[in-house]
Design a protein around this ligand. Sequence first.
Ligand code: CA
Length: 749
Amino acid sequence: MIVRLGLFAAICTAVAFPASAETYFVKTQKDYFAAEKVLNAGDTIVLANGVWQDFEIKFSGPGTKKNPISLRPQSAGKVILSGQSNLRIGGKYMVVAGLVFKNGYSPTGEVISFRRSKKDLASYSRVTNVVIDHFSKPDRYESDYWVGMYGKHNRFDHNHLVGKTNKGVTFAVRLDSTESQENYHRIDHNYFGPRPVLGSNGGETLRIGTSKYSMFNSNTLVENNYFDRCDGEVEIISSKSGSNIFRGNLFYKSRGALVFRHGDGTLVENNIFLGGGKAHTGGIRVINRNQTVRNNYMEGLRGTGFASALTVMNGVPNSPVNRYVQVDNAIIENNSVIDSGRITFNAGADQERSAVPVNSRFKNNLLGGAGGGSFVKIQDDISGIAFSNNILTNGKIEQSVVGIAEREVALVRAKNGLLYPKSENVGASRDLKPITRDQVGVSWYPKPSSADRFNTGKAIDVAPGEDSLTAAFAAASEGDRLILGAGEYLVNKVLPLDKTISIEGPKDSVARIRFARPSLVEIKQGGSLRLANLTIDGDMAPDSVGNAVIRTTIFPIQSNFLIDMDGVNVTNLDVNRSFHVIALGKSSLADRVSIKNSNFNNISGSVLQAAAETEDYGQYNAEYVDISESNFQDIGGEVFNIYRGGRDESTFGPHFSLTDSNFMNVGRNKNNISRTSMVLHGVQDAVISDNNFLDAAPIKIIHTVGRPQTRVSGNRAQNMPEPILEELNHEGAHRATLSNNQFEGATKP
Ligand code: CA
């Protein structure tokens, strides 16, 4: 009935009367679409509070500057779009506010699209106070955008976007038709919350344009947003069009950099980058022409290479649009870099990227390294950059440069929380105002904390016995610790892990877990596992293919997970020929696998198989693998097998660290096809140091792309061949550094 009256009003006003605004209160999708058909300037649709399941909203109409058309909830935060839902906006002067997308994902390529159809693009329209919370496609490698911005003069402000776990940029500004170029969009005061490591290209938080349209100006303003732990890949923001402005944004503990990937004439000013000492946190990377970087503040960044605090790249002569245009007429001035890992000039210099920066200025910058080590890298000719009045404090520069004075500068923390020189007038201005988490996003929706995932719940005592652990596991809540006493625990079911659980035994007596199924634990969506002070015995496991103490579900897992073993003994995994401790399957990514103070013996397979992503798309199964102070004896397969194939350069991982551990009779099972004790294929950062090997198959290290860092040092080996080293894409000698190792009495592999 309401809808009919609305239609009647619409006809009347269109004919003769000035607009009289209608408000349509709708409770069903049918009522919604009836109202949407007849919208006039000034009208409002109000969605009734509740969960709207599988609702693909289309919202278009003839709003005007004076009388926009609105879509809003009955109460802010009380309308939940879940299941297969999305929002497509067309028309003019359309405003959407206060919706929450959660518990589902978009069936199309976007959750919010600023176009209703290819013909009906939104303009002068606004999305504000909207939440998109973990609304990710279940398959982590199926791509979509959470926001696709088309048209012109649109605004996206005070929104909350957290937890995108599948491939595809979180927010894409599209320039794929003339109606979307020179767009003057405004993206401001948004909370871009944690985006976990994707483990592949396509994990950018914001991208403006694409290489194909990068010769067009976008004129998009990105202002006063907060990027909180946006770790997806090497680019936090990828600017791929001309004349954008990035101003007043804050990047908190976010891995990667703001990158001028394509397009000219972009301005980056008054931004603050706080790395908190976290690995791979970067700043600004300059490519292309007429770029300005001024008055930015960086502190505690640890990125190097392409993720340096300031990176100026070499270009490709006469570059095709999808490669690297030479830096020309860049102005980099009044930036403060403090306690940071690296500044790189001529980054990426190689035979192809041989065009050095020209006509550029670098002045009044304060450059402060972390510690006193290597800080400013110069990888080619910098004569095309005029340096003046810069100060380098704390950290080494590769060659002295006129215009960079090296001297100590005393720093004082000011009221705005930032460090400034006590006396020198260099670096960022004193009136910077870091935007806070409270000033961005949505006030009625909580922002995620940074709490440790483990030990957030209750401690629950579990007595020994048959299936006592099974029952306790099923009843446990997120973050709980199951505390086992001394004795035997028999588990007759695979324990399904869909939350964070710790299982802890006593330190000075033995809690022994036996399991009667092919696995003890299966990691599912949301699962993370910590094991401490336990003995895990595989002697009751059946002889079935693919046995593993810890395995991942056969379905894709959106969420990254943790596996932590401390003081764990694993033994008797020998009922068949490849019984593993940890086996990670396709479409699963561990943020970290950590093993310390643990013992593994009599195992026919591997301690860690992280080699399921075999398509060579640059994907992999574990971001960090850390092993220390552990013993490995009679392990038939590769003890560790980590694989990242392909030539993609968009990820920082995998990382591998193995220290202070002992290996005896490993990798020598006849069924071990690789005939190695470990395979690191495409690992970007590897340390193997201070370990002992006796009777071991060789270590195999294969470098693929990028600048892999591999250090093998201080290892002692008897009856073990020297490491097998291969480079797949790099001409010349292998780039691993080997020092201080002893490989004695090695037999040929
Ligand atoms: Ca990328």
